[in-house]
Design a protein around this ligand. Structure first.
Ligand code: DGL
Length: 261
């Protein structure tokens, strides 16, 4: 039995493309609808109530577009809204959180870092993750909202970005594992590695999310055997969005693949 309906993936912007790429790599037959809520970026800084409302509207839109499963490709939306969305909608919903458990398991120094948005780092969800999986370790749980705008514009060469990164990453002195707790940050992996040095292992959640998507599709017997074109939606400017998506996933898109809602 196959189910060729698409998988819906959403984020506040282009960060979720890091998870999109892992999913398409592991599940090349799956059709995807990618939704970027750029009008509402940053999610970090919005209240729980606001995030529940915003993400409910996205889930409704994706369900209208006949998705069979939804991936919240945003840590901030996950930690504040996943329980609410799961209680409200029947479609399977998979979220993303930093891989604290893996980081805690493989650290040798006993000191790990988590780099997320300010909202995620402050959240009860993340604090509980740390308590549950990294008890007894030193955890540098650092949140910042300053890096996301550079990724949204593809401004990776900016000297200002570099300076901000130098400053933020100082907080991670002594760690041997860094878990990225924002789906935008894998786009900065090389830069982070350069600043922290080769001895620090950087982990993102993309591969784990892709494996979880596969498990849920398999167990519900809803894997696809025929891929159709990926569709991209933004709540902001489609021309700008197209340009940045093409740069980040290194692909050429047709204008018909893009839409504004
Ligand atoms: N991509 C989002 C995340 O994973 C961060 C961006 C935002 O706060 O809007 O947390």
């Amino acid at each position: 039995m196959y189910d060729n309906r698409p998988v819906g993936i959403f984020d506040s912007g282009v960060g979720g493309l890091t998870i999109f790429s892992e999913i398409t790599k592991l599940l090349p037959n799956e059709s995807i609808i990618y939704f970027a809520d750029q009008k509402n970026i940053l999610y970090s800084g919005k209240s729980k109530r606001e995030l529940e409302k915003i993400t409910s509207n996205i889930v409704r839109f994706l369900i209208k577009n006949k998705v069979k499963l939804i991936v919240i490709a945003c840590n901030t939306a996950t930690v504040y809204a996943v329980d609410y969305l799961r209680s409200k909608f029947k479609v399977p919903i998979i979220g993303v959180v930093p891989v604290v458990k893996t980081a805690a398991r493989i650290t040798k120094s006993g000191r790990i870092g988590i780099l997320s948005t300010a909202a995620t780092s402050k959240s009860k969800y993340q604090k509980d993750l740390i308590k549950r999986f990294a008890n007894g370790l030193i955890v540098n749980n650092i949140g910042t909202d300053e890096l996301v705008p550079f990724i949204e514009t593809g401004d990776f060469k900016s000297a200002v970005l570099n300076k901000k990164m130098q400053n933020i990453l100082k907080e991670f002195r002594g760690i041997d594992i860094l878990a990225l707790g924002c789906s935008h940050y894998p786009f900065l992996r090389d830069k982070i590695q350069k600043i922290l040095g080769p001895k620090v292992l950087i982990l993102d959640s993309g591969p784990a999310v892709a494996r979880q998507v596969k498990r849920v599709l398999e167990s519900n017997k809803i894997l696809s055997n025929k891929k159709s074109k990926t569709k991209f939606f933004t709540t902001s400017n489609p021309a700008d969005f197209k340009r940045i998506v093409e740069k980040l996933i290194n692909a050429k898109l047709d204008t018909q693949d893009m839409a504004i809602i």
